[in-house]
Write a new protein. Structure first.
Length: 205
């Protein structure tokens, strides 16, 4: 991640009122005008975001444009994201799609992905989230895998709110790649799938 931000310019526009009064609109932008986030080149990066929504639905679009390669300020990466959510009878359904492209060693590469994540409340304290995502990386630019893999992941994640401030979340996840081995085993050898089990603890102050 980038660690140094100086002489930055931030512009934010807010339009609308409360969710009950109607949809809210927000627009924000950022221009890196000095040291790059990770100081790996002298180029400038532009980021922007626009959001529109209310209490039961929302859509956000964001983009990034700028050089991201070490020692290379001429080849730009562009990344575009659209995320959204809708709440239907207490079930929150999150959606996301992403497209990006970049010039690498004189060649234009690109990637695209999308996902859906419903969150179902079971009780006031317990909810279950599920996620299905698919990511296409034809040139292996983001996964580093030869053959241009398509990666699919499926996960299930129950969350338990022990108190108003403390939540525990457990996730079981399976990733599978086709067209190229996007993962490595413990020895560093490539493989086409992996399964993980993780846990998180959130504490709100």
């Amino acid at each position: 991640m980038r660690t140094t931000l100086t002489k930055a310019m931030l512009v934010t526009l807010l339009v609308g009122g409360s969710a009950s009064a109607g949809p809210d609109i927000s627009i924000s932008g950022f221009v890196d005008t000095s040291a790059h986030w990770n100081a790996n080149n002298t180029g400038k990066t532009i980021l922007g975001k626009a959001a529109w929504g209310a209490e039961a639905w929302g859509v956000t679009g964001s983009f990034l444009a700028g050089p991201e390669q070490a020692g290379n300020s001429g080849d730009y990466r562009q990344s575009y994201d659209v995320t959204g959510f809708v709440i239907v009878e207490g079930v929150k359904v999150n959606l996301q799609t992403n497209y990006g492209n970049e010039t690498v060693a004189g060649n234009r590469v690109h990637w695209v992905g999308g996902g859906i994540q419903p969150v179902v409340p079971v009780t006031e304290a317990l909810s279950i989230g599920a996620r299905v995502e698919r990511f296409r990386d034809p040139e292996g630019a983001r996964t580093g895998a030869a053959g241009g893999p398509t990666v699919t992941n499926v996960s299930v994640a129950p969350a338990w709110a022990i108190t108003k401030a403390l939540t525990v979340r457990v996730e079981a996840r399976v990733d599978v790649s086709s067209g190229g081995d996007a993962f490595e085993d413990a020895s560093g050898d490539p493989k086409d799938s992996q399964a993980t089990l993780s846990a998180e603890v959130f504490f709100r102050f």
